[in-house]
Design a protein around this ligand. Structure first.
Ligand SMILES: O=C(O)CCC(=O)C(=O)O
Length: 287
């Protein structure tokens, strides 16, 4: 009898930052993850990198964190500490696919006064933090990020996430493991490490994934490589932000951002009424 040949797992699809939103959404719906290349202009990327080094090397990070391991640096509140984070938050591909998946394709349908109506949520940032996986770190257990909102499976998609590569992501330095297609799995099926593929990508690329897909940071088996990254998540305005942006971002920092970014930080009413201020719908922050 012929010996069964193990087929290699399919790799994560790479697309250009200029790819059509329809095409990127199609990959995300099929696989649960996609890699977008060359996300920021080179100069912006270099500035972001320089600011990130100062941030992580001057100690305002949390050194050891249970979830991510003993050899991982975490630094939260990037919208205050690293202004170029806003360039990622407003990246047309990230915003385009998030708008489609979390808003346009998931209207809230309800009956009011004998008429069927549809409401569309406003997008908001849930969390933006730096994750630097240092040599010696072990692999993070595979998990789904939507646990944060207790999302049932199957159920509406609750988050679109980005892991942005500030350094090349390699098999050895901790490139994120992703179990392609697992966003469609039965809720009782758990992932096995050998079912995952790694998000190998060049610096300035980003892994965009659905919060229902199993994934986890990889082990860093190198001697010196730092796997530096930014992780951010977008959610509809009726869910609680994972990182409390209202307390994290001081109002004077908020005012420096354009209105669109203020809205993405949660300073907008998500229909019909999430986030009203003194019962009203007025703008929160005067420019
Ligand atoms: O850094 C990574 O590759 C994954 C991080 C992650 O999955 C998490 O923080 O929940």
């Amino acid at each position: 009898m012929a010996e069964a040949v193990e087929k290699p797992l399919p790799e994560i699809t790479h697309v250009a930052a200029s790819a059509e939103i329809d095409d990127v959404v199609a990959v995300l719906r099929r696989d649960g993850a996609v890699i977008v290349e060359d996300m920021l202009p080179e100069q912006v990327f270099q500035e972001l990198l320089a600011d990130m080094r100062v941030l992580l090397d001057t100690g305002s990070h949390v050194g050891t964190v249970g979830k991510l391991g003993e050899h991982t640096r975490l630094c939260g509140n990037l919208m205050t500490k690293l202004p170029h984070t806003a360039d990622l938050l407003t990246h047309p591909t990230l915003l385009g696919v998030s708008e489609r998946i979390l808003v346009t394709d998931q209207p809230y349908v309800f009956w009011n006064n004998q008429v069927e109506r549809r409401l569309y949520a406003k997008l908001q940032l849930s969390i933006a933090h730096a994750i630097e996986i240092l040599p010696g770190e072990r692999a993070q257990p595979l998990h789904r990020d939507d646990a944060v909102h207790h999302r049932p499976h199957p159920g509406p998609e609750t988050q679109v996430l980005l892991i942005y590569a500030c350094a090349d992501f390699t098999e050895d330095n901790g490139a994120t493991h992703v179990v392609l297609g697992s966003h469609l799995w039965d809720p009782r099926r758990g992932p096995r490490p050998e079912e995952s593929v790694q998000a190998r990508m060049k610096r300035n690329s980003g892994l965009i994934y659905l919060s229902s897909v199993f994934h986890g940071g990889g082990a860093n088996r190198t001697q010196h490589d730092l796997r530096t990254s930014i992780r951010m998540s977008l959610i509809p305005g009726h869910l609680r932000q994972e990182e409390n942006q209202y307390l994290s971002v001081p109002v004077e920092v908020l005012k420096r951002y354009p209105l669109r970014v203020q809205e993405l930080l949660g300073y907008v009413v998500s229909p019909p009424a999430c986030g009203v201020l003194e019962g009203g719908y007025r703008r929160y922050v005067e420019g």
